[in-house]
Design a protein around this ligand. Sequence first.
Ligand code: AMP
Length: 280
Amino acid sequence: MINFKTSKPLSQYLSRQRAAGKRIGFVPTMGALHPGHLSLIDLAKAENRVCVCSIFINPTQFNNENDFLHYPVTVEKDIQELLKRGCHALFLPNHSEIYPEGFQARYYELGALENILEGHFRPGHFQGVCQVVDRLLEIIEPDDIFLGQKDFQQCLVIDHLLTITGRRIQTHIAIAPTVREPGGLAMSSRNTRLNENEFQTAKAISEALYYIKDHALLQPVAELELQAMKYLSGKGLSVDYVTIADAGTLAKTTTLNKPAIALIAVTVGKVRLIDNMLLN
Ligand code: AMP
């Protein structure tokens, strides 16, 4: 694996790979890698692609300074994991490489997606996500970008970003299933901040999602949401939302006759966690 800290040698390397007939598969991350991230590396490597992973903890997507300051950093371990997995290139930029002096943040028109669910609870978050992903796409120009369903709203936002920036001509988006702990908890870098008790309690998130999925045809949508909410609160979790929404737009839905998704955000101890499950 070749490590790049700056964009110019990375671009040159990728040009040579393209000239040799390779496609470029890109996996953006904020590090503290776990098997969920590594499943994306496997996909990006498949089908004769060169796999580029980026690790950059993007300050502009954190609306909560405490969350940013406590975000786990495990770069040496991450490098070992990527090596073991056979990743071809790591992009590990510093702040000024992504946001050089004079960098002008543009405003991304994201429509309703910007202010609902995660957008509502984390104002400015998706503008920050678009800023960093747009910049990374500008540098890497991948053929395929690999994202996790775990951050479903982010997937829709980045899909929209490809449209509004015209990058869809170049880059295809692929969404991979959520990788879970044996007890069902969605893997997340933030899970490392949970103590044993909190880790056990956090299993209630996926239990609530499975409850909704299992009862989706048996109870009205509002009742499913209410039961899941009660279950999570009963376990001592602080619930931001339990929502069943249209899987294409994330608009709230009251019927399940179109593809729908259940989404949950809670805080366990000091750690905010999200998860979701497609229902039909
Ligand atoms: P992050 O480092 O949290 O920004 O995540 C980087 C990428 O990994 C994003 O596309 C996430 O959706 C994806 N990801 C995070 N957790 C998981 C998981 N448990 N399973 C699959 N993909 C994941």
